[in-house]
Design a protein around this ligand. Structure first.
Ligand code: ADP
Ligand code: MG
Length: 600
């Protein structure tokens, strides 16, 4: 007896539904993508009970003819693909003709639809794959699909759904993934009669603000920088967070050809661009959009899968990283840009200016720390330190002839600075452009960091012998890390003697440490190096320099003498980039003259 039988359609559809429609959010995704494919300009979403009772999507797209309306619910019926070959050049969202029949197999569906050229629309009522009713109806142009009681006939699946809260969150996430791609389409999202989103047509930046901006006073997008890069292989655009926007749970989105995707490898490329700028465990927000020839990516994957394979990931990685790095670099030198005013234009790059400008020749004694009590021993007078700077002011490290309006003062202006100490550890300094506010500790961290990076590169840090060696005992894994760091540590002035397994004597330390606890500093360096070990030299250098700069810098709140402030500012403004600390905190704020005037 033959045993093979064709499954009835309703069963086949239910099986397919298990794959395509797993939860309310996947149903929403399919419906909204169909609306997008139908050319809708406005899409409204209504859900009840986190989509368990109702998911409705109303669009003003092309609508369907009477027979198409019926066909749409047949398995593998699609208007979007004709031949297998088309699969490789798909630009529309859906193409398998699976979604509608799958949804109908597991829910009660009611659709009304009308094309612009038809007087009457069509109403279709389906439950569990059975058409209950089809009749003409009055309805606006476009399509409205109501999906009620999802999984009403598959109790196991219904039980498998998570709490309303979780399912609603899934719905909202799915919705976000779509609306962040289509700022030119208006969307609303209503849950149990509450308007969650009402997003008008606008720019991408306005759309991001609409989705994530919560406060009226502070724009979410004011923390973002625009990126844009076109290469033959790929176009990359979007926004990335300024380092200070980093949080433990940042909004991070990749899209490729209008689809949300997850991409752990490209995520690494983003983080690499921020290396040395972010505090531990803090992540930058990003909204990165890739445009690439369809044959370069594999979209014919599982409909619910969000990981997408790129043919040439290796080449895109450095492009992405460099693009973001460049945006951050600009931000570092160019004061923050107000994103409010609609069209954002990042001021032209300072690359040219930097290329023309020779770095100042700093012959600063590397061991010098102006804030140590015994600094006379290291260097006789702070003015001496100033000398090389004064000399170099003859050299062409200058703002180019057409200075950027908001350019901060540069180090070597002839004008003397008149810094005032503000209690709490800030320095206030009037300049031609406005009032500068400097966070003294952060400024000092930035200065020391830059100094240390140079020492690490040139392998010549100043060292100070300890009268009484300090002991350092480490665990076995710390020892492994410490041993790899030893050459670099030596270059900046540490001397360690191994006295026994896991035991060291610290006999000398960088003179900039000025009798600070060498053991604690070394422990901190080892600990930071242990976080996501890296064998990239520059990464290691950045970690060492940042940790040491933080240990050696003046404490927050310390009041400085005028000479100390002068020195600090002079050294700070001599740096190519000084507005934020290497770990991404704001060190310098400029209240421009306009800002000040505006306040009165
Ligand atoms: P696919 O999107 O993969 O083609 P679906 O099952 O999602 O398959 O939809 C089947 C067909 O129904 C689509 O190809 C399209 O022609 C039509 N359709 C579905 N939703 C809409 C809509 N909102 N507006 C117009 N046509 C639609
Ligand atoms: Mg579809």
């Amino acid at each position: 007896m033959d045993v093979i039988r064709l499954l009835p359609d309703s069963v086949a559809n239910q099986i397919a539904a298990g794959e395509v429609i797993q939860r309310p959010a996947s149903c929403l995704k399919e419906l909204v993508e169909n609306s997008l494919d139908a050319g809708a300009r406005s899409i409204r979403v209504l859900v009840r009970d986190a989509g368990k009772s109702l998911i409705q999507v109303i669009d003003d797209g092309s609508g369907m003819s009477v027979s198409d309306a019926r066909m749409a619910f047949e398995r593998h019926a699609t208007s979007k693909i004709r031949e297998a070959q088309d699969l490789f050049s798909i630009r529309t969202m859906g193409f398998r003709g699976e979604a509608l029949p799958s949804i109908c197999a597991v829910a009660q569906v009611k659709m009304t639809t009308r094309r612009a050229e038809d007087e009457m629309g069509t109403m279709l009522d389906i439950a569990g794959s059975q058409v209950q009713k089809q009749e003409p109806c009055q309805c606006p142009v476009g399509t409205s699909i109501q999906v009620q009681n999802l999984f009403f006939n598959v109790p196991a699946r219904r039980r498998f759904l998570k709490s309303d809260q979780t399912e609603l969150r899934n719905l909202i996430t799915t919705f976000q993934h779509i609306v962040l791609v289509y700022p030119n389409i208006s969307f609303t999202f209503v849950s149990d009669d509450e308007i969650i989103y009402d997003l008008p047509v606008g720019t991408l930046k306005q759309r991001i603000e609409g989705v994530f901006g919560k406060s009226k006073t502070k724009l979410y997008t004011s923390q973002l920088l625009e990126i844009e890069q076109q290469t033959e292989l790929v176009t990359i655009r979007g926004f990335v967070g300024k380092p200070e926007a980093a949080t433990k749970q940042a909004q991070q989105f990749f899209f490729v050809n209008g689809r949300y995707m997850r991409h752990p490898y490209f995520h690494k490329a983003v983080l690499q661009a921020y290396s040395g700028m972010l505090p531990a465990e803090q992540l930058p927000p990003y909204f990165v959009y890739f445009d690439i020839a369809p044959e370069q990516i594999d979209v014919n994957v599982h409909p619910t899968k969000t990981e997408i394979k790129f043919a040439d990931e290796q080449s895109i990685f450095p492009i992405l990283s460099a693009t973001i790095r460049a945006a951050l670099g600009k931000f570092n030198v160019v004061p923050s840009i107000d994103f409010l005013g609609g069209n954002i234009e990042i001021p032209v790059s300072d690359d040219k200016m930097r290329a023309n400008a020779k770095a100042p020749q700093l012959h600063v004694s590397s061991g010098y720390n102006p804030f140590t009590p015994q600094r006379e021993h290291v260097t006789p007078h702070w003015q001496d330190l100033y000398e090389p700077l004064k000399q170099s002011s003859q050299q062409p490290y200058q703002i180019p002839s057409e200075p950027l309006q908001t350019e901060l003062p540069h180090a070597l202006s002839e004008k003397p600075l008149h810094p005032q100490a503000v209690s709490g550890g800030y320095i206030c300094c009037p300049t031609d452009n406005g009032l500068l506010l400097v966070h003294a500790r952060r400024a000092h961290v930035t200065i020391l960091y830059n100094q240390l990076i140079i020492q690490l590169q040139n392998q010549q840090g100043a060292s100070q012998q300890l009268l009484f060696p300090e002991q350092l005992t480490v665990s076995a894994d710390e020892q492994v890390i410490l041993e790899t760091l030893l050459p670099d540590l030596q270059h900046i002035g540490f001397e360690l003697e191994k006295v026994a397994d896991k035991q060291y004597n610290i006999t000398a330390m960088p003179s900039m440490m000025a009798n600070k606890n060498a053991e604690a500093a070394l422990r901190a360096i080892v600990a930071r190096s242990a976080e996501g070990a890296s064998d990239v030299r520059s990464d290691i250098h950045q970690r060492i320099a940042l940790t040491l700069a933080q240990s050696a810098a003046i404490p927050m709140g310390k009041t400085l003498s005028e000479a100390e402030m002068d020195d600090l500012l002079t050294r700070l403004f001599a740096l190519p980039s000084y507005r934020i600390t290497p770990d991404g905190k704001t060190a310098v704020v400029l209240l421009s003259n306009e800002d000040i005037a505006r306040r009165f």
